[in-house]
Design a protein around this ligand. Structure first.
Ligand code: ATP
Length: 230
């Protein structure tokens, strides 16, 4: 974990349902961590995401998939505080808790462009800027619009990476990454129709999700065909 002093390196926070975690998440997390020189990158699975439909896989399985994906890679850390807290996973509450624990550490919330564009529907969304910076990453097929309240924040807060070292938060940094057009919803649909998610997710994640059958009965057939124990 990061140190508590005034020179603490910023930490990255990527929240999501991770239903399931895939290479789009993992590669983005790794590249943002390196490009923005973050001390660590935490992946935070949501318990009950307030802004979207409930996840198909139970929380315990989403967490197990995430842990198996990260393995012992020191670059990424799984933080299960939203699952332990239960109830709706409001990001503003999560950030307030982290701010309390790490008063001198800049917090950087990493959002794909799709998530960023829906930010004004989040609970107490404007308070997020007094707790953290935002790092916005491109999502293939989702151009960043500059209109509406979120576009207005982007116009006013757009900053260079150096701003991320300010513990006060409030900057928005756009960070380019290798574009990967992978989504959890497409993986769920693939598995439900009997397809195999190999090379879209890490092998241990593939094995866990096929064995669970959580994305539909067809998942069991794919597992059998792929020689995975179910
Ligand atoms: P779904 O398809 O079910 O909406 P998802 O693939 O978007 O799921 P989430 O867990 O909802 O996955 O995403 C968590 C965060 O990761 C969000 O900020 C999202 O924008 C970002 N993200 C997910 N996939 C990618 C990707 N391929 N490239 C860049 N960012 C991504």
């Amino acid at each position: 974990m990061s140190g508590q002093g005034s020179t603490a390196a910023p930490i990255g926070l990527m929240g999501g349902t991770f239903d399931p975690v895939h290479f789009g998440h993992l590669r983005a997390a790794l590249e943002v961590r390196a490009a923005c020189e973050l001390g660590e990158m935490r992946l935070l699975p949501a318990a009950t995401p307030p802004h979207r439909t409930a996840p198909l896989a139970p929380a315990s399985l989403r967490l197990a998939m995430l842990r198996s994906a990260v393995g012992d890679a020191a670059a990424l850390v799984v933080d299960d505080r939203e699952l332990r807290r239960g109830g709706p996973s409001y990001t503003v509450d999560t950030l307030a808790g982290l701010r309390h624990e790490l008063p001198h550490t800049p917090l950087c919330l990493v959002l794909g462009a799709d998530a960023f564009l829906g930010l004004d529907r989040w609970h107490r969304w404007q308070e997020i800027f007094s707790l953290a910076h935002l790092i916005v990453i491109p999502r293939p097929g989702t151009p960043l619009a500059l209109n509406g309240p979120v576009g207005e924040e982007l116009r006013q807060r757009r900053s260079s990476r150096a701003a991320l070292r300010n513990p006060a938060g409030g900057a928005i940094v756009e960070q380019a990454i290798t574009p990967l057009g992978i989504s959890a919803s497409a993986i769920r649909a693939l598995v439900a129709s009997g397809g195999d998610p190999r090379y879209l997710v890490p092998d241990p994640v593939r094995e866990l999700l096929l064995a669970s059958g959580c994305y539909g009965k067809a998942g069991q057939q794919a597992a059998t065909a792929a020689g995975t124990e179910v």
